[in-house]
Design a protein around this ligand. Structure first.
Ligand SMILES: [Zn+2]
Length: 293
């Protein structure tokens, strides 16, 4: 079984005593701690923890998720797997997306980082239904997302320059556009020795105290894609991807879709190694996914 090999390579840890040495019980298909005798299944303490779905489903899904640039919906996957119920399939996809997000949380952006906000259309939140509709950026149907892109060249850009190559990106759902909210995310996601390139929004006034250099620019609306090319390429690609596959995304789950988009983008040169990377991502994350639908 491949999963056993991957788990052994990544290191099986006993949740009871922390011991890292285990016996493999072939008859029970589980690991037994050499110290305290605690047994755990192949799925235990991974993204598959507690899942009733067959391992085969997880592997097919991971393969599908990594073999196409596009994403696919839970109903499409349900059809492909021929499974009777929608909810467990839907939850499996979200657990995998969440694992992708957790994996990327381990890495910070560094060097020259473009930063801007993106607004993604989502379902009207339950608590806002019946309230007066707000327009534009403050609309209840727009989820606010902080988008950051690490560019390969350490040079500030002007509208005339060609876009430089991009390395890693991050997209983080935020509750509001207040400076304190954005500052916290910048501290958590960008190395302090970096340079941030952004527009001159007052929400960004403290960046100069958080990172080495902040270059705020007055950017006319029509030039924003030229001065901050990668954040805007990422935003429009992510929007197109979500529109193609999903309708009316619940604001509660949009982070998971964005995490999937970023995880794949950040590994776009991995080629056929991507499937293996998703297995490793999945076994190193014990799912905390809770859903209520
Ligand atoms: Zn133990």
């Amino acid at each position: 079984m491949k999963l056993k090999e991957y788990r052994e390579k990544e290191g099986v840890i006993c949740p009871m005593c922390g011991c890292k040495r285990h016996y493999w019980k072939q008859d029970k298909q589980c690991f037994e701690c050499k110290e305290c005798g605690y047994r755990q299944s192949l799925k235990a303490n991974t993204v598959m923890h507690g899942s009733q779905l067959p391992l085969r489903y997880w592997f097919i899904t991971m393969h599908l998720l990594t073999s196409t640039k596009k994403s696919f919906s839970a109903s499409e996957l349900q059809r492909q797997l021929g499974h009777k119920y929608y909810n467990p399939i839907w939850a499996m996809l979200h657990k995998l997306r969440m694992a992708m997000g957790k994996r990327d949380e381990r890495y910070n952006l560094r060097g020259m980082v473009e930063l801007d906000e993106g607004f993604f259309v989502t379902e009207m939140p339950e608590e806002e239904k019946g309230k007066p509709r707000k327009r534009g950026r403050g609309s209840q149907r727009r989820s606010k997302v902080l988008v950051m892109a690490e560019t390969a060249e350490g040079k500030p850009r002007t509208p005339k320059d060609k876009p430089t190559a991009v390395r890693h990106i991050k997209m983080i759902l935020i509750d509001d556009l207040k400076a304190a909210t954005i500052d916290r995310e910048v501290k958590d996601n960008i190395n302090p020795d970096s340079t941030i390139l952004s527009d001159d929004s007052t929400s960004y006034a403290h960046f100069k105290d958080i990172v080495a250099t902040h270059i705020p620019k007055v950017i006319p609306k029509e030039d924003v894609g030229k001065v901050l090319p990668w954040v805007h390429v990422a935003i429009s690609n992510a929007k197109r991807l979500l529109l193609d596959v999903y309708h009316d995304i619940c604001p509660k789950y949009i982070q998971n879709y964005l995490s999937e988009y970023c995880w794949k983008f950040n590994r776009r040169y991995f080629g056929d190694k991507l499937f293996e990377r998703l297995i490793i991502t999945s076994i190193n994350y014990k799912n905390e996914f809770r859903y209520n639908i």
